[in-house]
Write a protein that binds this ligand. Sequence first.
Ligand SMILES: [Zn+2]
Ligand SMILES: [Zn+2]
Length: 342
Amino acid sequence: MQQDVAVFHQANQPLRLELQPVPEPGEGEVLVRILASGVCDTDYRFSTLGIPWMQEPIILGHQIAGVVEKVGSGATAVEKGDHVIVHFVVSCGQCPLCQKGQDHLCLNWKGVGAHIPGGFAQYVVVPERNVIPYSVTQLPPEQASLIPCGLGTPYRAVKQANIQSGDVVLIQRAWVWGLATIQMCHQLGARAVVLDDDDRRLALAREQGADGTIDARSEDLREVLASHAPIGADVVIDFTGDPQWVSRAATLVRRGGRVVVVGRAGCFGEVNVDILNLMFGELVLTGACLARRDEVEELTRMAVEGQFQLAPLLTHRIQLIEINDGLAMLEQPETLGVVIVP
Ligand SMILES: [Zn+2]
Ligand SMILES: [Zn+2]
C-alpha cells in the first residue's frame, strides 16, 4: 500500500510531495494512521535553515495524533483502533540518562520528524512506548496534536522554572509555546507577562489572557517591567533563541530568579551574563530540552480533563498537499498552530 508524504530534501526548497510505501511496524512498534499533524515553528526552521545533524531526505512533522492501525510483534501497550498521540522523543532506555529517568536527555535519542520519518504523511511507525492513548470523544485529534510539542515543550520549561504561586513570569515571544505558557502559569497561580517585539503577537498575548504585555522595543525595559514586577521577574522563559534576548533576560530577573531557555530550532550564539549578577544575584540560567514522556502523559490527562484552552492556539487547518503554504504561514506573526488534517 502506498501513502502520500511530504519530504524535506534541502533547506529553502519546498517539501516534495511523494508516494512512498506505508511502513510496516517492526517488533515493539506500532503503525499509526495520522488524523492530525501539527506544523511547528521547528518544522518551519528546519525547512528554511536546514539542520546540520539531520539526514535528508526526511519526512518532517512531530506533532501527531492518530489511530493505531497495526501493532508489530510483541507490542502490547495498545491495540488497533486506539486513539493515540505520539511522543516525538524516541529514547534508548539503556543509556545512563535514560536509566536516571531523564529520557528527554537520552544520549542516543532520535526525533520523530527529525531523525526518523515524521507526521507529514498519512501513516507513521513509532515504538509502542512513544504512543499515549487518549479519549478521542473528549479531545478532537487536531487539538490533541498540540500536546506533544505545543504543550510538551513549554511544560518542560515550566518544570525547569520551578514556578511558585504569586510569581511573575516573563515570557519572551508569544507564539504557541509562549501562549500555552500563559495558561500553565495561571494553573500554578503565577502571573504571566509577555515580552515581544511584534504588535500582532502582543495583541494575541492580551487576547489569550496575559496579565501584562511589554513591547520589547521600549526604551527602558527594566522600568516598564517594574510596573509588573518591582524587583524584577521571578522567572524568564525564552522562546526566541536569540542570544541578545537571553543575555538581557539575565538583567530582568530578580535576585535569586531563574532564566529558562527553550530557544528555537537552529538558534546559535553565545550568551553574556555579568559574573557579579550571577554570583550575588544567585541567578539560575538553565535550558529546557524537548519534552519528557511522563510529562506528555500528564499533559494528555490534563488536556482530556479540559484544563487547557487548545482551540484558540490553532489558527489554520490545511491538507497535506498544502504543506508548503502551511510552512509559509508560519512566517506571519499572527499564525499560531497550523494543523494538517486528512
Ligand atoms: Zn538513552
Ligand atoms: Zn515542535
